[in-house]
Design a binder for this molecule. Structure first.
Ligand SMILES: Cc1ncc(COP(=O)(O)O)c(C=O)c1O
Length: 383
């Protein structure tokens, strides 16, 4: 059998995968069993007083270094906020907006990539929405919306809704040459396809999907050279390198690093888990994981297409990542039927008729065949 069709991490290394085909990483990845030891280590360290805090800080540094390798940017330009959504809001509230500025987003984006900008409408900032055409967002249509008043273009590398993988080098080059900032949401890319954060001015990524971590921490990259003017909207003890203490309580200097955007303690327990997850991701290597997900995705795509379903994800490899998305009339009913057969997919946006099947390190050809078989059976009675 082609090696890329076997699991890259055995199912026995995860909790809860004994009897299911878990194809739902785009929503929530399964948990590595070794995370139990990471959580236990956090608890042991937490009880040690100040030396324990130093141990927690060391784990955060380790996770930061690993993120620097994964995202190909200097470690000091990365920090950990509570969510990708928080990071997008930091940009929204940290830039100096003028009446007549505009933000460009796409209609099939995750709500957190769109909604924060609505708060700027009272200041006279326009939100320009690029519409999909048969589920595809054309990069040229995005660029056509960018003009000299565009302050930010906010986009996902991989769409959570359609699975489309955008041409990030092209977008980065053109957005920058137009004088706008590029905010990249790598949530559906990081951990499954290569991500070069240096192509963005800000990059955010959740950690509980393809990075195999959990909630409570998200990666935030600040391109310091291009965006030194970004001002932290929240400031607290963790944002400052020094402060005047009780003698001069109003004196402080912000961290030179991206930690200026971290106002308070991060979620250390989430960072213990992330640090462990990143070891697995980096050990396998982004190219191996990418090839594996594309290979399984190709079989998923072709199998679903052969059933006559409306495919949302484009077929060409350079346009896909880990998600394969398609439309059905009854998403919730389908999801429930698949669950009965031990197949997990994601349909949280069921109200829009979309099903998302995700192929990641735990998956193999048996999962894919099991899903396609269950799908075929369901369609016999639910056309
Ligand atoms: C593209 C994208 N960004 C962000 C998020 C959510 O991230 P968080 O909860 O860390 O804000 C999701 C969740 O599905 C997503 O699809």
């Amino acid at each position: 059998m082609n090696d890329s069709l076997n699991s890259l991490i055995p199912k026995s290394s995860f909790t809860g995968l004994e009897s299911v085909a878990h194809l739902a990483t785009g929503g929530e990845s399964p948990m590595l069993r070794s995370h139990l030891a990471s959580m236990q280590q956090f608890m042991l360290d937490k009880s040690l007083g100040e030396p324990g805090r130093e141990l927690q800080a060391a784990v955060m540094e380790s996770a930061r270094q690993q993120c620097a390798t994964l995202f190909k940017v200097p470690a000091q330009d990365l920090t950990f906020l509570s969510s990708a959504t928080e990071g997008i809001n930091v940009v929204c509230y940290g830039l100096d907006w003028q009446r007549g500025d505009n933000v460009v987003v796409a209609d099939v984006e995750f709500p957190s990539d769109i909604l924060p900008w609505t708060k700027l409408r009272d200041l006279g900032v326009e939100i320009r929405i690029v519409k999909h055409n048969q589920w595809i967002i054309d990069e040229q249509e995005i660029l056509a919306q960018v003009d000299h008043r565009t302050k930010v273009v906010a986009l996902s590398q991989v769409s959570m809704f359609t699975g489309q993988h955008m041409d990030i080098p092209l977008l980065s080059r053109e957005i920058r040459s137009a004088g706008a900032l590029f905010l990249l949401d790598a949530t559906h890319a990081a951990g499954v396809v290569p991500v070069d954060a240096s192509l963005a001015d800000i990059m955010v990524s959740s950690c509980y999907k393809w990075l195999l971590g959990t909630h409570g921490t998200a990666v935030f990259y600040w391109n310091r050279e291009r965006l030194s003017s970004l001002s932290p909207p929240f400031i607290g003890w963790a944002s400052v390198a020094s402060s005047g203490g009780w003698q001069s309580p109003l004196e402080f200097s912000l961290h030179e690093s991206a930690d200026r955007f971290l106002a308070a303690n991060p979620s250390y327990v989430s960072l213990y888990i992330l640090d462990n997850a990143l070891k697995h991701i980096l050990e396998l290597g982004e190219n191996t994981i990418h090839a594996h997900s594309l290979a399984l995705g190709k079989i998923l795509w072709q199998g679903l297409d052969a059933m006559g379903l409306e495919m949302m994800t484009p077929e060409p490899e350079h346009r896909r990542a880990g998600n394969t998305c398609y439309m059905v009339a009854e998403v919730e009913a389908l999801r429930a039927a698949l669950e009965k057969r031990g197949v997990l997919v994601w349909g949280a946006y069921g109200r829009f008729g979309r099903v998302r099947v995700s192929a990641h390190v735990q998956n193999d050809i048996e999962d894919v065949d099991r899903f396609l078989g269950a799908m075929e059976d369901w369609l016999k009675f639910n056309r």
